[in-house]
Design a protein around this ligand. Structure first.
Ligand SMILES: Cc1cc2nc3c(=O)[nH]c(=O)nc-3n(C[C@H](O)[C@H](O)[C@H](O)COP(=O)(O)OP(=O)(O)OC[C@H]3O[C@@H](n4cnc5c(N)ncnc54)[C@H](O)[C@@H]3O)c2cc1C
Length: 306
């Protein structure tokens, strides 16, 4: 067996150029968790590994009032899970990251590597999709921004072009009255990828009526799936068991799971229905609680002002 060349990139540009020069056999390596498993199983045999793990400029979490939450691609799951900025601005990401594998996995795995691996079972995508996240893809030729909903192309396949790196994940500021949640079912609580995972987001107006909603499914298709039509039924409505059941029914119909050792196709569809209802109820509750808290603060401020 021939050896694998190893290149330690010192900048995004250098990594991009190395990817282009080395051609098809070259792979970027970040946390290495997914890549090394594929190599160990001989499902992937790169001729060159380009390490980006020392690119400190890709490891950050920042808030910007206009752009929202900006997370560098090399930020680890654990850094997101424990970030005060994330907890304040997009708490659903803290909730989701706390359910990714074990602490060891969360300390090593990066958000960029997770998304670029393109495995539909991974937890971050459904939570980020309901937040309308965008990604920045950069190469030596420049950078472009892409909605995450256009990033996943097929099983283990993404919109990354040759020579491109994912450099940033951006979550725009959430409108007031928004609640979001991520629920996951796995056979062993920790350490496991989901059998199904569901992200949900609801934005309520001052009267508690739904203005906007999103629902996204993980692990039940070749890519993470956004259920726009199902979530659209909620607009202009208040929650009722019948309405949530109809949304869940449509999500079940959209899911395209395969039978495997973790469950049959039928069982996974059933899970999608249960988790979709649960996630939406929780998101609705969080949105309602947020509205009450804002109203409370408003009442307090007007008393203070009087
Ligand atoms: C035991 C175990 C349990 C796990 N459990 C879960 C779980 O429950 N939920 C979950 O969501 N995940 C889970 N994971 C996956 C883990 O969360 C990592 O996110 C994942 O392995 C990829 O991150 P990484 O940084 O290790 O990427 P790497 O393995 O380094 O790279 C993965 C792929 O992405 C490419 N890549 C990496 N970074 C970039 C970039 N910036 N730009 C372009 N391409 C890039 C690489 O070339 C490679 O193809 C688990 C992993 C293990 C080993």
């Amino acid at each position: 067996m021939t050896g694998v060349e190893y290149i330690e990139a010192r900048s995004v540009e250098e990594a991009s150029r190395a990817l282009t020069e080395q051609g098809e056999g070259a792979k970027l390596i970040a946390g290495g968790l997914a890549l090394i498993i594929l190599m160990n199983h001989r499902l992937l045999q790169p001729t060159c590994l380009i390490s980006i793990r020392r690119l400190r400029e890709l490891r950050y979490i920042r808030w910007d009032d206009a752009a929202g939450l900006r997370i560098g691609a090399l930020t680890t799951h654990r850094e997101i899970e424990t970030s005060r900025v994330v907890r304040r601005r997009a708490p659903v990401l803290v909730e989701m990251e706390g359910q990714v594998g074990s602490i060891q996995v969360r300390n090593a795995g990066t958000i960029g590597g997770n998304l670029c691996h393109g495995d539909p079972r991974e937890d971050p995508a459904p939570a980020l999709l309901v937040l309308d996240a965008e990604v920045t893809l950069a190469s030596a030729a420049g950078a472009r921004s892409l909605p995450l909903r256009g990033f996943f192309v097929d099983f283990l396949s993404t919109a990354l072009q040759p020579g491109e790196l994912l450099t940033e994940v951006r979550v725009p500021p959430l409108p007031p009255g928004t609640g979001a949640t991520y629920v996951k079912f796995s056979h062993r609580n920790a350490l496991d990828f989901p059998v199904a995972g569901v992200g949900a987001r609801v934005t309520l107006d001052a009267d508690g009526v739904c203005q906007d909603a999103r629902l996204a499914l993980g692990a039940v298709g070749p890519t993470p799936l956004l259920c726009d039509e199902a979530a659209g039924l909620l607009r202009g409505e208040r929650p009722s068991p019948g309405l949530l059941e109809e949304v869940a029914r449509r999500a079940r119909a959209l899911a395209a799971p395969s039978s495997d050792v973790f469950g049959s196709e039928e069982y996974k569809r059933h899970l999608v229905g249960v988790l979709s209802r649960r996630a939406l109820e929780q998101a609705w509750q969080v949105a309602g609680d947020g509205r009450e808290a804002t109203r409370g603060r408003g009442r307090q401020r007007s008393r203070e002002g009087a």
